[in-house]
Design a protein around this ligand. Structure first.
Ligand code: IMP
Ligand code: MG
Length: 212
């Protein structure tokens, strides 16, 4: 677990500003905040191009998706304000949980959110932080299909290169990332590190320090 063969190593921590309380916990920065924002701006453009013309219900997968959701919607709003074509946008939230410490558990729990039945007949954009095995998304998509939405698209900021993948790929993705446990930009380890702007590799010491 402590090493893998992926040669994408990101950036040294010292090149960027990280909160003092997390300095000891992180190995490297994989995606700096500014780069996340630039990529998100382009994803917004691609999504509006494909889904535009119809009302979109953006469904945020809490909690890890909240930063990406908020920033993506800001970019879609900016397009709506500045283009000839615009698309009405409403929001909805769902809470799923599949992780304990740094291990994906076999069961995906839905622990909150609105009734999925409100999505019947709608164009739904699911906004997720990271796809690893793909199990979370596959579970959510099968739950959602029971409610007969008109269209469902999935955007995930990150997709992990991992042998544990089921082969599931989202419709849109921000970046492919190496098979490390990543934190920051709302991605957490047992609720810590959501207050970190950059996406970083969590080190082995920190996994013990913040273990439940
Ligand atoms: P999957 O079901 O294995 O695809 O896992 C997806 C979910 O696990 C995501 O929604 C995340 O909440 C969580 N997850 C997977 N990998 C990481 C990671 O590296 N850091 C933080 N959360 C992760
Ligand atoms: Mg998530």
């Amino acid at each position: 677990l402590a090493s893998n063969n992926d040669d994408e190593k990101g950036y040294e921590l010292d090149l960027f500003c990280v909160p003092k309380h997390y300095e000891e916990d992180l190995d490297r920065v994989i995606i700096p905040h500014g780069l996340i924002m630039d990529r998100t701006e382009r994803l917004a453009r691609d999504i509006v191009r494909d889904m535009g013309g119809h009302h979109i219900v953006a469904l945020c997968v809490l909690k890890g998706g909240y930063k990406f959701f908020a920033d993506l919607l800001d970019y879609i709003k900016a397009l709506n304000q500045n283009c000839d074509k615009s698309v009405p946008l409403t929001v909805d939230f769902i809470r799923l949980k599949s992780y304990c410490n740094d291990q994906s558990t076999n069961r995906v729990k839905v622990i909150g959110g609105d009734e999925l039945s409100t999505l019947t007949g709608k164009n739904v954009l699911i906004v997720e932080d990271i796809v690893e095995t793909g199990r979370t998304m596959e579970t959510l998509l099968s739950l959602l299909s029971e409610c007969n939405p008109k269209m469902v698209k999935v955007v995930s900021l990150l997709v992990k290169r991992t042998p544990r993948s089921s082969g599931y790929r989202p419709d849109y993705m921000g970046f492919e990332v190496p098979d490390w446990f990543l934190v920051g930009y709302a991605l957490d380890y047992n609720e810590y590190f959501r207050d970190l702007s950059h996406i970083c590799i969590l080190n082995e010491k920190a996994k013990v320090k913040y273990k439940l």
